[in-house]
Write a protein that binds this ligand. Structure first.
Ligand code: GLN
Ligand code: ZN
Length: 761
């Protein structure tokens, strides 16, 4: 039996981010709906054609999304929150979809967008379904059928893909009256059934249903629900390929083996499976789709290794397909577009299109339709890679070996340090500060662009930046902030900026990956040992400090965040990469200290994001992540104050690790949850200083003095006032100056009022 091949999904943004630009032009009314639809259609057609041209047996349809694939399901089942519905809209349309994703100011004020959050452990964000028990569910948005027909009419063998009902509900959030999310199954399953029936009337053999929650430790009730759901969905005319990814399914295998499905996709890259045991492990009735090409990283697949393994596996005479580990949504589209990378470096990578080719080559060789030489020709010259001086830096390797626990420990503990710092910095109680960035105006962006395009000289660029920094300092002094920042005008992105000054990274021109909606990111690629070429931030911080007598806080991006937001190399463990980045940053910290900077903030917004999906692996991760932070921050004198900042996350469950960081001050996001986090500090005594964000910088609303005072009063109840700082909950780069000044003015006035009250007591 021939081995078939397919992918779980293709990038949908277009080779030149066509979808992004079309969406943004449509939203700003520069193009019509018709123009937008044409762009979407063209992307889909190109994607399908490519899959066929490179020899995939099925064209995957339904992976396209105007904004997000979870939102697609919300639309499909009419799960449109009331505030996004318009009376005179008889049918759901694209504008409904965009209202859910982006909110709307047209209808009324209360039409805020639905929440967005991270898709499992990736950097993709989905629109969180809002679940309420009185929703009128029905098959409303028929894109899945339309796109299937579109592909069928082009003559393709189509495999539609749908996000499964259980994963959909798992990812949703209950709104209004509380109820068990599983209660909604009886309302949404009929819609899934209807879709399956309608698809089965078309010329379709397989449908892929994604249930990635099967890689998590799910509660028994949810496990059991799988049995009922897939029994219900069983349709004699269409086969179900249940797909799992981002990990292994060992913890749910008992249930999975009992499901009424025809095929099972497993992720052999993120999941630990013994290929020799696969046959015994899974229900023999299941066709197995083996995800062997990494959909999460950009390195070429070792096809020879897989050829040998699969050859062995094929001896057990079980029908199997080969595929990508997960959707290719998480990798860029085409390495061949890159003009700035050498052919040698390019030869190491496979982007989405090349990954399809890998699958095709491997299956054709296994099916004896292609000579094995093609595999040898394809694979990366691993020896050349390993011995390359782009990869190896002996000095760094030696330094890593010399890391000892002394490097990860401040000289004295916090109580001693804190007293010394208080004396040196001479700060009032409730010191005020900000998180680092000040408004990134059009002028600043243009300046950086002009410099990048060599339209202005380095000295003109630097002088202009200095003007912005000077203005930031003047504004902060006028406001009366206690610890100032230079404002980060030189930074485009907090990871890209640093990696450009570090050896061991390469950068693409077109390596865009969808982050959410029309937003894409271009993660740097870690190819080798990492070292610092030159001081990175010292000049700016030193300049800012020269303008004022108040302490200026320097800003660095931490090792875990740099690692999490890049494509990592795979020949050494992540822990080692983190150590290398930490050593490079340790040098930066030391240079900052030596140039007269007394306060240094090391941002780690990705610390929590990097957490493995299963709790079992948390301790190991947290242990090396914390060590990396301490390695870069512990080499300073007692008098140097180390800050860290984290945002977008729940901290309660990793609080012990946060304490272990031993930062002198942590500033965290709390304002969006009305300082719910503070409750936690009733019982948990955080030992060092802490600045719970007192207002939400993501919103243009100006917080009132009264509101901030209330929050501070609440904060003082839970955290000793000597340990409390006052600050916004994140950087101010997305706000304009007007909003920034008004909000900070109120923050400072509120702080002054509270200080007075406290001193009176
Ligand atoms: N220092 C960064 C800033 O102020 C922090 C950004 C972040 O937390 N994501 O912009
Ligand atoms: Zn933040």
């Amino acid at each position: 039996m021939a081995i078939k091949n397919h992918i779980l999904g293709f990038p949908r943004i277009g080779a030149r981010r066509e979808l992004k630009f079309a969406l943004e032009n449509y939203w700003s009314k520069k193009i019509t709906l018709h123009d937008l639809l044409v762009v979407g259609k063209t992307i889909r057609h190109n994607n399908w054609k490519y899959q066929v041209d490179c020899g995939l047996d099925y064209v995957t349809v339904g992976d396209f999304a105007w904004y997000d694939h979870v939102l697609n399901v919300s639309m499909m089942i009419n799960n449109v929150p009331k505030r996004h519905q318009i009376e005179d809209e008889s049918k759901l349309n694209l504008d409904t979809l965009f209202r859910i994703a982006r909110g709307s100011i047209v209808i009324d004020k209360n039409c805020s967008a639905s929440e967005m959050t991270k898709w499992f452990d990736t950097n993709y964000h989905y629109i969180v379904p809002e679940l309420s028990c009185d929703q009128n569910f029905y098959f409303a948005w028929k894109a899945i059928l339309e796109e299937t027909d579109e592909a069928l009419s082009l003559g393709y063998t189509v495999k539609p893909v749908l996000l499964g009902p259980l994963t959909y509900l798992w990812l949703g959030k209950v709104k209004g009256i509380s109820f068990n999310k599983l209660d909604l199954l009886e309302k949404i399953l009929p819609i899934y059934k209807e879709v399956l029936t309608k698809l089965s009337r078309r010329n379709i053999e397989w449908i892929q249903i994604d249930e990635p929650i099967l890689v998590l430790d799910i509660p028994t009730q949810w496990k059991k629900a799988f049995l009922g759901v897939y029994k219900e969905l069983k349709n004699n005319k269409i086969k179900i390929l249940l797909s799992t990814y981002f990990g292994d399914i060992h913890s749910n295998i008992d249930i999975i083996n009992k499901l009424s499905i025809d095929g099972l996709h497993i992720d052999l890259v993120a999941g630990k499976y013994d290929i020799c045991q696969l046959h015994n492990y899974f229900n023999e009735k299941f066709l197995l789709s083996l995800g062997i090409v990494n959909g999460r990283n950009i390195w070429k697949t070792d096809l020879l290794k897989w050829y040998t393994k699969l050859k062995l596996f094929s001896k057990v005479k079980r029908i199997f397909w080969i595929s990508t580990s997960c959707s290719l949504l998480h990798v860029p589209l085409d390495i061949s577009l890159e003009e700035n990378l050498t052919d040698f470096v390019k030869s190491w990578f496979s982007f989405g299109m090349q990954k399809c080719l890998e699958i095709s080559i491997l299956s054709r060789v296994l099916n004896k339709k292609l000579n094995i030489k093609e595999i040898h020709r394809w694979i990366k010259p691993i020896d050349a890679y390993k011995s390359s001086n782009i990869v190896n830096n002996i000095v760094v390797q030696k330094r890593v070996l010399q890391i000892s626990s002394d490097h990860m420990q401040r000289k004295n503990d916090f109580t001693i340090r804190s007293a010394i710092q208080k004396k040196k910095l001479n700060l009032p109680i409730l010191p005020t500060t900000t998180i680092g960035s000040f408004p990134q105006t059009i002028e600043i962006r243009q300046l950086r662009l002009d410099y990048k395009n060599k339209k202005i000289s380095q000295s003109d660029y630097e002088n202009s930046l200095k003007i912005h920094i000077k203005n930031n300092i003047i504004q902060q002094e006028k406001l009366g902030l206690d610890v100032l920042v230079h404002g980060e005008p030189e930074r485009n992105d907090m990871v890209e900026y640093f990696s450009e000054y570090l050896e061991g990274f390469v950068f693409t021109q077109y390596g865009w990956v969808q982050s959410y909606g029309s937003r894409c990111v271009k993660p740097p690629i870690i190819v080798g040992d990492i070292s610092r070429i030159t001081p990175i931030t010292v000049m700016w911080s030193k300049f800012a400090q020269s303008l004022t007598n108040k302490p200026v806080k320097a800003m660095l991006t931490g090792p875990v965040t740099i690692l999490c937001w890049s494509f990592p190399r795979e020949d050494i463990p992540k822990e080692r990469i983190a150590q290398q980045i930490a050593l490079a940053l340790r040098d930066e910290v030391s240079d900052l200290e030596n140039s007269g900077i007394d306060v240094i903030q090391i941002d780690e917004p990705a610390l929590r994001e990097g957490l493995p999906l299963r709790k079992f692996y948390w301790d190991n991760y947290l242990s090396w992540a914390v060590k990396a932070f301490k390695l870069c921050s512990s080499g300073v004198k007692d008098s140097t104050q180390i800050h860290t900042h984290m945002c977008y996350c729940e901290f309660n469950d990793i609080m012990p690790a946060i304490v272990d960081l031993d930062a002198d001050v942590i500033t965290i996001e709390t304002s969006r949850s009305d300082m719910d986090l503070l409750e936690f500090f009733k019982t948990f005594k955080y030992p060092n200083d802490i600045g719970p964000g007192v207002y939400d910088i993501h919103s243009p609303n100006i917080p009132t003095i009264n509101w901030i005072e209330k929050l501070l009063i609440k904060a003082v109840e839970y955290i000793p006032v000597q340990q409390l700082w006052v600050n916004p909950d994140c950087g101010l780069k997305t706000r304009n100056w007007m909003e920034t000044l008004l909000a900070l003015q109120n923050m400072i006035q509120a702080t002054k009022n509270i200080r007075k009250k406290i001193l009176k007591k």
